[in-house]
Ligand binder design. Structure first.
Ligand SMILES: Cc1cc2nc3c(=O)[nH]c(=O)nc-3n(C[C@H](O)[C@H](O)[C@H](O)COP(=O)(O)O)c2cc1C
Length: 196
């Protein structure tokens, strides 16, 4: 245990404590004989700006795994507070036995460039095509290119700027869900001169 300037630390065993993670609803299937499905994923993140790419990590035992592995397409639907219950539910039941769109009361709608449906109620829908699969251990990481994006028009202000604070984005940290709070600054605020 280290102690310095009043801050006490404990050594923990290596684990997935990086927080917060974005809990997202990933839609897949609806093509090549697969029924459409939803899986909750917390191990997701942006990985490249140009071309825009993101990754999701999925355990092979998930029903969604084989769908994504074979169809090589999925949609990352970023949920808001209104979909919090659906996010949890889609993460504890399997598409093998449930129609998750119906069960969660979510609406599948046409994607622009990929076969799986978007979740209409989610404020941001990110359509993805798999570029690489990395077998890491318990999880396989699908690295995918973002091929289309849809946002809910009611989140845009008069100047066409996306006001995400209107919807209450979710965060997942140490097994619990939170809703994003107070805005404390803009990119670069630490080096910007204060206005008088
Ligand atoms: C908050 C949350 C985050 C999750 N994150 C992941 C994840 O990153 N990768 C994964 O394989 N499973 C994750 N799961 C578990 C799957 O969502 C869950 O096993 C789901 O029932 C699989 O559905 P499927 O069998 O229809 O594919 C998560 C579950 C929850 C509740």
């Amino acid at each position: 245990m280290a102690k310095r300037e009043g801050i006490e630390k404990q050594s923990w065993k290596p684990g997935n404590v990086l927080s917060p993670a974005p809990p997202v609803l990933v839609s897949c299937g609806g093509t090549k004989g697969w029924k459409q499905n939803l899986i909750t994923i917390a191990w997701a993140g942006n990985v490249c700006s140009d071309p825009p790419m993101l990754s999701i990590s999925v355990r092979p035992e998930r029903y969604s795994f084989e769908i994504i592995r074979t169809t090589r397409e999925f949609v990352v639907n970023v949920p808001s507070l209104k979909q919090a219950r659906a996010v949890d539910w889609c993460g504890v039941v399997s598409g093998r036995s449930e129609d998750k769109f119906a069960g969660a009361g979510l609406t599948p709608a046409l994607a622009l460039k990929v076969s799986p449906p978007i979740v209409l109620e989610c404020p941001i829908n990110i359509e993805c095509r798999v570029k690489e699969s990395l077998v890491l251990g318990t999880h396989t990481m699908f690295v995918a290119e973002v091929v289309a994006v849809q946002v809910s028009a009611d989140l845009l202000d008069g100047k066409g700027r996306l006001r995400l604070e209107k919807c209450g984005l979710l965060a997942y940290a140490h097994g619990e869900y939170f809703v994003l709070g107070r805005r404390i600054g803009k990119f670069g605020f630490s080096v910007r001169k204060r206005s008088r």
